[in-house]
Design a protein around this ligand. Sequence first.
Ligand code: CIR
Length: 344
Amino acid sequence: MTAEPVLPCAQLSDTSLAKKHLPARRYLALRNLRTSSGYSLDMAIQSGIDNPDSNIGIYAGDKETYRLFEPVFSPIINEYHRLEPGMMYQPTFDSVHLPGLDPEQRFIRSSRVRVARNLEGFPFSGHMTRTQRLAVENTVKNALARMEQDLAGSYTAFADLSPAAYNALREKGLAFPKGDRFQDAAGINRDFPSGRGIFISHDNIVRVWVNEEDHLRIMAQCPGSDIEGVFNRLRRMTIALSRHLDFCVDDQLGFLTSCPTNIGTAMRAGVHICLEKLEYKSDILNRLVSDHHLQIRGTGGEKTAVQKSIFDISNARRLGVSANTIIEDLHKGLSAIIRTEKNL
Ligand code: CIR
């Protein structure tokens, strides 16, 4: 008697939501389906199989992935985004006016807001051919060239740079590197650096990463605590680009991204903040963070350690709440964190 073959769904990381929500029966019902661009369930879960410490373990290869593989994506999305029944994408994205935070500039080192966007008509980053990636780069480059005034800037394709020039840009924190092993296993690093690049506004506040994990990562950042300024600038840049680019958006899921953790507003708004006292009171800090729907990442971003008491604190929710609620929660949460740090 020959042994039963082990199904790919059984090889998924035990820590992943994909494993939890993809029992054999569901896997077998979905395994032969393909999106119009040819993306399969096996492709979607490859990263969660190759990386035994995956938390999510699944990527979308195109817009259609979310609907075709809904039986597995939907419970993952509901659990990760903690959606209550009836909660869905909230499109409100208005300019904000927020009271100043940390006026003495003692705690907040920098502020940053980003959104992810993908273009209609192209597969997502893990499932693109070289030609498609170059076509996305070209389309985005043309739109960026039409930005005006404080949104105008210049685009640098990494493929045009010598290794030394690319490394110099990396050291300045401008060029992005090849993705991590999770993204690598999902195909996101294929043909790197072809089709990748960065746009930087003349005043250095707005940046757009082209063909990183998503077709566009639009961001605004500045030293200090002006989260109102970076939010409003990011908003204007995103709206200006949407006049020239057709972004993938779904009525219920919002903006669609490679990783299901980013869908919805696809927004991450956060700061680098120095918390020398709260660093040693992790129970208090964790409570403040979760009460305000925030999350902590390491100084160097996702899956990195905290160095020199500098925490990366940003919104935990992206779907089911609007961009405006996200920025207001961040503002309230940071006010409470700074108040507590001062009192300790
Ligand atoms: C994972 O499954 O752990 C990786 N694919 C990374 C997921 C990224 N986002 C997250 O955990 N918030």
